[in-house]
Ligand binder design. Structure first.
Ligand code: ADP
Ligand code: MG
Length: 141
């Protein structure tokens, strides 16, 4: 599916609709250039999964784990230039029992578990973003 959202709130609401069809073990790849709305999308999904705290970009750490009725992992691989097995060993726990959202999944190479859905965000203008969600599953969107 593909939609154009007109505000961060609309992007969060779309993410909440996706979240309704997710369960622990699911990995969601979230792609798009800086400022496209990846973290905004993850924020909407994490809230919908029951996390009431702050969802901010994990740019200075690799990831956050948000404890909620459905635990949520939020990774940002922007700074990763190629994983080895040791680095993957540090990341793997984030995927354990969580719905995991991965920004810059392209930087994870072949180490990342297969994504259940891929979200791609693109700038249209200052307040609009084109959001594509693809999945082999019917996620009820
Ligand atoms: P990224 O994680 O892709 O770098 P962020 O989600 O951190 O992007 O930032 C997106 C920025 O764009 C925020 O400042 C947000 O308020 C703004 N924005 C404007 N319109 C939208 C929209 N329709 N959807 C998402 N974010 C939007
Ligand atoms: Mg981000």
């Amino acid at each position: 599916m593909e939609v154009v959202t007109a505000s961060p709130e609309e992007t969060e609401a779309l993410a909440a609709r996706l979240a309704a069809g997710l369960a622990p073990g699911d990995v969601i790849a979230v792609s798009g250039e800086l400022g496209a709305g990846k973290t905004t999308f993850v924020r909407g999904a994490a809230r919908a999964l029951g996390f009431a705290g702050t969802v901010s970009s994990p740019t200075f750490t690799i990831g956050h784990r948000y404890e909620a009725p459905t635990p949520v992992a939020h990774l940002d691989l922007y700074r990763i230039t190629g994983l080895d097995s040791e680095e993957w060993g540090d990341l793997e726990p984030y995927f354990d029992g969580t719905v995991a959202f991965v920004e810059w999944p392209e930087h994870g190479g072949d180490w990342l578990p297969a994504a259940r859905a891929t979200v791609t965000l693109e700038h249209v203008d200052e307040s609009h973003r084109r959001v594509r969600i693809t999945s082999e599953d019917d996620l009820g969107l």
